[in-house]
Design a protein around this ligand. Sequence first.
Ligand code: CO
Length: 293
Amino acid sequence: MQSKKTVVLLVLVFILASFASAFAGEHRDARPQKKGILLVGFGSSVPQAQVSFENIDKKVKEAFPEIPVRWAYTSAIIRHKMAKEGKQMDSVEVALAKMMDEGFTHVAVQSLHTIRGEEYHDLRRNAHAFSDMAGGFQRILVGYPLLAKHEDLVRVSEAMISHIPPERKKYEAVVFMGHGTPHPANAFYEAMMYEFQLKDPNIFVGTVEGYPDIEDIKVMLLSKGIKKTYLIPFMSVAGDHARNDMAGDEPDSWKSILTKAGITSVPILKGTAEYDDIVGIWIDHLKGVMSHF
Ligand code: CO
């Protein structure tokens, strides 16, 4: 009996001690709360593509006028290319180290990627590593990319359909060019195509580096007897892929492949982040993160 009481007492002491240490943990960090936002894109070295980033930057600052906004690019190739041109862009790790040094306590990292692919998962891993550092952030959270929930797919489909040039006839196709990836999240592009086709059966989503590719899309267009299509980037920026792989004059561009198959194409060189209603979805994901601080 005596031993049972001792056990109960020990358990109580343990519970109280852990409460006390939890409070002590809170008090140990007496710094005033300093919130910050880190926007993370893949990056683009194409000067015309910067409009996308400028638009996101402007909209985020409008939504959070009191909070400092920083930027980082996940692509090392793009960062190195820009550095050679004298433009210094931080990696996520460098940007976070700087924010840590500046005494930020709460950081919202917003992914500006389209899907939850490799880049997004790497970003989460490294951002969370910062929460374990002594003297680091009290809280660091990563916001979802553009497509996360079903609701996002619905919103994106409605927004992008509203941006299709009004002169396009219903019997003409619209082909969106996604980036694509060997990562399992590539399935988001197929889900996106389904969401578009519920509203308009002549809308397709292809990818540069995943499935379906332009050969698959070409077969789909031919089987429907389509003669003309609009080509629209399904990437935040109209950068190198949009300008060369989609709309370029090289024989392996989407435009050339379709022309050879007897399908005329009209390329639109505008990234998804140039549209305010699309940027609004990223911002809603960021608001979701900020609501935890
Ligand atoms: Co690429």
